[in-house]
Ligand binder design. Structure first.
Ligand SMILES: [Zn+2]
Length: 677
């Protein structure tokens, strides 16, 4: 991916007022920076974006603002107009009707207010009725959802005790399997519970206040005592949770358990009751992403009293659905997760939240409406050609690698050859058959959509995966590499300015969108992607010497990024961000080659190269709140935008284009420049 998981989906604060979107879009391209701006060799990000950064305020309902967010804002406004038209048309049918009814129910705040917690009552009654550890296991199984995805979308968190992901087997690409992941925390990571720093201690105190407030707003007595039990249990879970770096290490995630292994490897949980309730009792083989955490959670099911588990389940049932509930609970949720945790001052207007919720539940249905109206067929052909050119450039780079042995080279080229590239939208849309969306039932619609998705995912188990199955809807401003599928998705919404301008120069388009296309291609060859072969099997296809060379170069890049320190007390984690930084570096290099090869005038000089690199820096133009940057550095695989822009310091052509000299801050001697692909 090029951005944080779910920047547009999961984060309702990621939207902004129209006026700001327009003024940002209208900012002229800054190819002739004012003298007050730093030299390119000292700070290339500010050299290109400084005037914009100084003139721009992050809108109060956003945690960040930049070219990507402005484009997402415009896209969202266009989509809402389509939904409103569908609502007004008595002939609206099928999925458009589902979208219209879902959105209308979510906008009907009076109805949501009047119903209060009533829609959650059946689940809360089930929690009240838990009278044994078997009943607890049954409830945990019946609430399991397909809500995580550690490899494609990096969705690593769920408030449920476990998360489920369904995809092809790590060693059997021809069949779908269930993957079980750790979960159950209300804060973003185990560090938030265990880190001794003053900042984290303060956040823990604020989280405690939040848990108490949610219990009170839900009308439950003894809110303080309940919150204490929830936090104790979550802290115990945090202690057994895997660290980020381990969760991102697919070798450590490569654990296969037979159904019969659970009783022995994870004693304490009534697994028969759990799997029966999860409708997985016929499934024989599972992939266990964080085995110690799964075993540890089962042990806690046995050792912690039922009352604590019941309060844990009550809190998380309400907390995770709070944005869909009454105003008091929705605001309480925003106050902790967005104002405190990410520094966003104001809640976005209702329509943006409603659109986010609709997209989460009916992704393809919304995307289909968007594409039909806003994605011209000629764009698809032109961008497909650009992708082809960059794939060819990458292929030529593989040929030119002097250090790579013929056998390794052969498999790398095979991988490139079998890559599926989706441009704009999927070949086949989801049907949503059997999903009931009712007018006036905002929360019920969300719950039914989650259940529908879960049933749809587990129905795939044992079947043969499709390489052209998409993992991101077409109206999202982002792009994604699916390492096991050996596939790329470029959603329609990102195929627009500032990434791709139909009237813009090739140099700018290759620097901006080309950099993104190259980035996604390169994910197939980053430290994680390179562990999968051309069939998507987790298999070491590298010769020993080649792997050592690759790892050494990767380590140099990790060291380069660990040296970036946005705050005195916090540095970028070079290991956690390595995949993304490798993809940036290889992607920009391939995009540069492709742009040079596509130039009609092969002798075009430094001016065209400057445009290419300025296009790249413009595509990263972004301002982010300090709190959001801190969460990002601790939990996200992507480095902040200014450091991603600094990728240029590893490309010789950038030095020539901007006459970068020794002594300037970004200058690297030729032998220090990292070259991987
Ligand atoms: Zn990425």
């Amino acid at each position: 991916m090029i951005a944080q998981a779910g920047t547009a989906l999961a984060d309702p604060a990621a939207s902004a007022p129209a006026a700001v979107a327009e003024s940002a879009a209208a900012t002229p391209v800054n190819t002739h920076p004012a003298p007050a701006l730093p030299r390119p060799g000292d700070d290339f990000f500010r050299h290109v974006n400084g005037a914009w950064l100084d003139a721009t305020e992050i809108p109060p309902d956003r945690n960040a603002w930049g070219g990507g967010q402005a484009l997402a804002e415009q896209t969202n406004q266009n989509i809402v107009k389509l939904i409103e038209a569908a609502m007004a048309d008595p002939n609206t049918r099928g999925n458009a009707k589902r979208v219209a009814d879902f959105y209308a129910a979510w906008m009907d705040q009076a109805q949501i207010e009047a119903r209060g917690l009533t829609p959650l009552q059946p689940l809360l009654s089930q929690i009240d009725a838990i009278n044994s550890k078997t009943a607890l296991a049954t409830l945990l199984g019946s609430t399991l959802r397909a809500d995580v995805d550690p490899l494609n979308s990096s969705i690593l968190e769920t408030e449920n005790l476990f998360g489920l992901w369904v995809t092809q087997g790590l060693h059997d690409p021809a069949h779908y399997y269930p993957y079980l992941l750790q979960g159950g925390l209300g804060m973003p990571d185990r560090l938030y519970y265990l880190d001794a720093s003053e900042k984290m201690q303060k956040l823990r105190a604020q989280y405690r206040e939040h848990v108490i407030a949610v219990f009170k707003l839900a009308g439950l007595d003894q809110a303080d005592a309940r919150a204490e039990r929830v936090i104790q249990l979550e802290t115990a879970l945090a202690r057994i949770h895997a660290e980020r770096d381990d969760t991102n290490d697919v070798q450590k995630a490569d654990n296969r358990w037979q159904r019969a292994d659970f009783a022995r490897k994870a004693p304490g949980m009534d697994w028969a009751a759990f799997f029966a309730a999860a409708k997985l009792d016929a499934q024989q083989q599972f992939h266990i992403w964080q085995p110690a955490a799964i075993s540890g959670a089962a042990k806690l099911v046995a050792s912690v009293d039922l009352a604590s588990w019941q309060d844990f389940l009550r809190f998380h049932s309400i907390n995770r659905l709070a944005p869909n509930l009454n105003a008091a609970l929705a605001q309480q949720h925003f106050g902790f997760y967005h104002r405190i945790l990410r520094g966003t001052p104001e809640m976005p207007p209702r329509w943006k939240l409603a659109l986010n919720a609709t997209t989460e539940s009916l992704d393809d249905a919304v995307g289909q409406m968007y594409v039909a109206r806003y994605f011209p067929a000629q764009n698809k052909a032109r961008i497909a050609q650009m992708v082809k050119n960059i794939v060819s450039a990458f292929d030529r780079r593989i040929d030119a690698l002097s250090w790579m042995a013929p056998a390794t080279r052969k498999e790398a080229k095979a991988k490139l050859k079998t890559l599926y590239v989706g441009v704009g939208y999927p070949e086949q849309w989801k049907s949503y058959d059997g999903l009931e969306i009712l007018p006036g039932d905002a929360l019920g619609n969300v719950l039914r959509a989650e259940q529908w998705r879960y049933r749809q995912q587990i129905a795939k188990l044992g079947q043969t995966p499709r390489a052209d199955e998409w993992a991101m809807p077409p109206h999202i401003v982002n792009a994604i590499n699916l390492p096991m599928q050996n596939a790329l998705n470029f959603p329609a919404a990102i195929l627009q300015a500032p990434y791709f301008d139909v009237n813009g120069s090739d140099a700018m388009n290759y620097g901006a969108l080309g950099g993104i296309i190259g980035h996604e291609i390169s994910h197939s060859f980053d430290d994680q992607g390179a562990q999968f072969d051309s069939k998507g099997r987790l298999r070491n296809w590298w010769s020993k010497a080649d792997l050592a060379h690759f790892q050494q170069a990767s380590q140099a890049l990790a060291t380069q990024y660990s040296g970036y320190r946005p705050f005195p007390d916090l540095a970028v984690n070079g290991k956690q961000t390595l995949s993304e930084n490798l993809a940036d570096l290889a992607g920009l290099s391939a995009a540069y080659d492709a742009y040079r090869a596509a130039l009609p005038d092969k002798n075009a000089g430094a001016a065209a190269d400057r445009e290419f690199f300025v296009g790249y820096a413009l595509s990263w133009r972004e301002k982010r709140r300090e709190e959001t940057t801190r969460v990002q550095i601790l939990t996200d695989g992507h480095a902040p935008a200014q450091y991603r822009t600094a990728t240029v310091r590893n490309l010789d052509a950038w030095y020539k284009a901007f006459d970068v000299q020794p002594g300037q801050s970004l200058y690297l001697a030729p032998q220090q420049r990292v070259r991987v692909w």
